[in-house]
Design a protein around this ligand. Structure first.
Ligand code: PLP
Length: 390
């Protein structure tokens, strides 16, 4: 028998497993509300016109090559990414106490970041993630060589808002040196973000408790529609002069999902060791995948670095991807929430009912992706939800 025969089957991923079930469902009425990718009104994948234009220009440019990038990626892309999240006047940039490396989208930024933590802070570092959070956070932390994640209360299911009291209480109890994973904006899966005042409270607890924030930014531009506003939390924490880490993804806001375009930034409270930090990040990347892919980073860098294209990106994003999902009808409470995901309030049993009777797929916590809704399906889904709750 093969030496591989004893390998057990891994449990299905909470989100990706759902896609598999959806694909194999033969019902013509099926609807997938689990996906995290925007679609056109007809449910087709959508490529931003500005992205298409840059790709065509790159393809026709004889200087475009397929040479390797360095381990830390395309420098111009990294600089522009740091600017985008931190702001060009950021004290971290002005004082030269931040290091940005290209990453394999948001997940890759977390993976390299937590590996760095495990290796150079402590492999015993406790990592606190919100309850609930994106289901992959706990996997990434453990595979990076850190202990299983701990949770802090985040969401009040009664009010549908952030459970500030619970969050503060749990973070106060975290030992000094613990890392706190924070969603920079558009919290997934709840769609509930702290207000500016609440962020101030979080900052205070983080500072007093000597906690280390790791901001995960998968949706910059999607919460408010403004890149600046959505970077408020990160910029506020940077201004406070903390040691912190920041992950970025261009999967959603540029629609570059499969190109794996992202960045990781390590910010030091006091400067001096950029060289040590960068060299170790590069060493981690070297052994993991050697160097990041080039195409998506080239596209993003062109858009970020060109005033006209940048403006075009913003308009398209607003008019196209964001406005497109503002589906009219009896969905006001969902439209008023922010980000890609929304909590319907459906129970696990109701979610099962929706799947069995209507072939509508969503994660068992009742989270739906706005991206899965189209003009054609919104009423069908609404009817089914009505049937599920009555
Ligand atoms: N972080 C959060 C909160 C997310 O919701 C996602 C994607 O759904 C990611 C990170 C990672 O996405 P990607 O690796 O495609 O950038």
């Amino acid at each position: 028998p093969s030496i591989f025969n004893t390998v057990p089957v891994a449990p299905p991923d909470a989100i990706l497993g759902l896609n598999t079930q959806y694909r194999s469902d033969p019902s013509p009425n099926k609807v997938n509300l689990g996906v995290g990718a925007y679609r056109t009104a007809e449910g087709q994948p959508y490529v931003l016109p500005v992205v298409r234009r840059v790709e065509q220009a790159l393809a026709n440019d004889p200087t475009t090559t397929h040479e390797y990038l360095p381990q830390d990626g395309l420098k111009q892309f990294c600089d522009l990414s740091a600017n985008l999240i931190l702001g060009p006047d950021s004290p971290a940039l002005v004082d030269n106490r931040s290091v940005t490396v290209q990453a394999l989208s948001g997940t890759g930024a977390l993976r390299v970041g937590f590996t760095f933590v495990a290796r150079f802070l402590s492999s015993e570092t406790a990592v606190y993630i919100p309850k609930p959070s994106w289901s992959n956070h706990k996997n990434v932390v453990v595979q990076s060589g850190l202990p299983p994640t701990r949770e802090y209360r985040y969401f009040d299911y009664g009010t549908g808002a952030v459970d500030m009291e619970g969050m503060i209480e749990d973070l106060k109890a975290a030992p000094a040196g613990s890392m706190v994973l924070l969603h920079g904006c558009a919290h997934n899966p709840t769609g509930a973000d702290p207000t500016h005042e609440q962020w101030e409270q979080v900052l205070k607890v983080v500072q007093e408790g000597k906690l280390v924030p790791f901001f995960d930014n998968a949706y910059q531009g999607f919460a408010s529609g403004s890149l600046q506003m959505d970077a408020w939390s990160v910029r506020r924490f940077v201004k406070a002069g903390l040691d912190m880490m920041v992950g970025q993804s261009y999967a959603k806001n540029m629609g570059l999902y499969g190109e794996r375009v992202g960045a990781l930034t390590v910010i030091s409270s006091e400067g001096g060791n950029n060289e040590g930090i960068r060299s170790q990040l590069k060493a981690i990347i070297r052994a993991m995948y050697s160097n990041p892919p080039k195409h998506g980073a080239m596209v993003a860098a062109r858009i970020l670095g060109d005033t006209e294209m940048f403006a075009e990106w913003m308009r398209e994003k607003l008019r196209g991807a964001l406005v497109r999902i503002g589906t009219p009808g009896n969905w006001d409470h969902i439209v008023n929430q922010i980000g890609m995901f929304s909590f319907t309030g459906l129970t696990a049993a109701q979610v099962e009912f929706m799947k069995d009777k209507y072939h509508i797929y969503m994660t068992s916590n009742g989270r739906i992706s706005m991206a899965g809704l189209t003009d054609d399906t919104v009423e069908y889904v609404a009817e089914a939800m009505k049937d599920a709750v009555v």
